[in-house]
Write a protein that binds this ligand. Structure first.
Ligand SMILES: Nc1nc2c(ncn2[C@@H]2O[C@H](COP(=O)(O)OP(=O)(O)OP(=O)(O)O)[C@@H](O)[C@H]2O)c(=O)[nH]1
Ligand SMILES: [Mg+2]
Ligand SMILES: [Zn+2]
Length: 303
């Protein structure tokens, strides 16, 4: 913590949390106010969730970021070219949102969950739009629950389950991820009535766009926050190690000690305990296919 101090203009500086990053500047929640701050220097990279110190340099006409605290963690996604793109920092939980509509992409859910596991984050599956019914997706939900992924069912539209969800999120920072249109921004608005996250209804512009374009932090209480992030289809946890894919799939990781080869990749190797378990119906074929896809992606990126 840097003590607040007045400079020659009588203006102050202090510490704060970055609510959103807009490329050239950032929005900072400082004590009792929000401020737009410029970045100091071209190389400074600041993202949603960063803890920063801000101040007024003598010749500047507005506040700027002076320094960034070391990050506890950094959540990135990879773009089509395999480059890592930062989404948010210093989070405790990755909440994956699905709904009956749009139809869930379970491979994407597996990837998000693998991403959470690789970063040692709590994973949570939020099923939104309970009012539309959840029957068609119950078998998948059961398979996640059997793997000990916590699943909660809510409707941001009616408020069903929202109070329970809020209690579950207390005291921590949660990043919402999931396909576009599942209702992440609507959930933020339901959880935090003073938030005005942009949803399909509120922000349809001339071109009909309404989707969230940048991660945005919303406080839920003194020690709780939720981050609304753009819906991404191209999410994959960046990994430097090909074997990282395995650690993201707990049921595969658990069995890998029984494979004949210590460095088994569970692809074509003989005496692979993972493939045996898939054949025996102990590992869901879709989960195994998710693992293979992620493995191949990492292999491609590493080459
Ligand atoms: N029936 C129903 N519709 C909902 C519910 N929650 C959100 N929606 C609708 O789902 C649509 C998408 O909601 P958004 O909150 O904009 O979705 P998003 O996940 O933030 O989408 P992106 O920002 O594009 O990633 C809107 O038309 C919402 O009104 C719900 O509980 N029930
Ligand atoms: Mg949104
Ligand atoms: Zn194996």
């Amino acid at each position: 913590m840097v003590a607040e101090q007045k400079d020659s203009k009588g203006l102050i500086g202090g510490t704060g949390t970055v609510l959103a990053s807009y490329g050239r500047g950032v929005l900072v929640q400082a004590e009792g106010m929000t401020l737009h701050c410029a970045l100091s220097g071209r190389k400074q990279r600041i993202i949603c969730g960063d803890r920063v110190t801000w101040g007024y340099p003598p010749s500047a006409d507005g506040p700027s970021i002076q320094s960034v605290e070391p990050r506890r963690n950094l959540i990135e996604r990879i773009d089509a070219r395999g480059r890592a793109e930062p989404v948010a920092a210093n989070i405790d939980r990755l909440a994956i949102v699905v709904a009956a509509e749009p139809a869930p992409d379970w491979f994407l859910v597996d990837r998000y969950w693998a991403g959470a596991a690789l970063k040692d984050l709590d994973g949570l599956l939020i099923v939104n739009k309970l009012d539309l019914g959840t029957e068609p997706i119950q078998p998948e939900l059961k398979s996640y629950r059997d793997l000990n992924l916590k699943c909660v069912e809510v409707a941001s539209l009616t408020g069903a389950g929202i109070a329970d969800l809020e209690r579950g999120l207390a005291g921590s920072v949660t990043l919402l991820v999931g396909q576009s249109g599942v209702g992440k921004s609507s959930l933020v608005n339901a959880l935090s009535p003073q938030a005005v996250a942009q949803t399909a209804e509120l922000t349809r512009d001339a071109e009909g766009r309404h989707t969230t374009t940048t991660a945005r932090w919303y406080a839920l209480g003194p020690t709780s926050a939720i981050i609304d992030a753009p819906g991404v289809r191209d999410f994959a946890p960046p990994a430097s190690l090909v074997r990282a894919a395995e650690r993201g799939f707990i049921e595969i990781h658990r069995l890998s000690v029984h494979c004949r080869f210590k460095d088994c990749r569970h692809m074509e190797e003989p005496s692979c305990a993972v493939r045996t378990a898939v054949v025996a119906g102990e590992i869901a074929p879709r989960r195994y296919e998710s693992y293979r896809r992620l493995f191949r992606l990492y292999e491609k990126l590493a080459s």
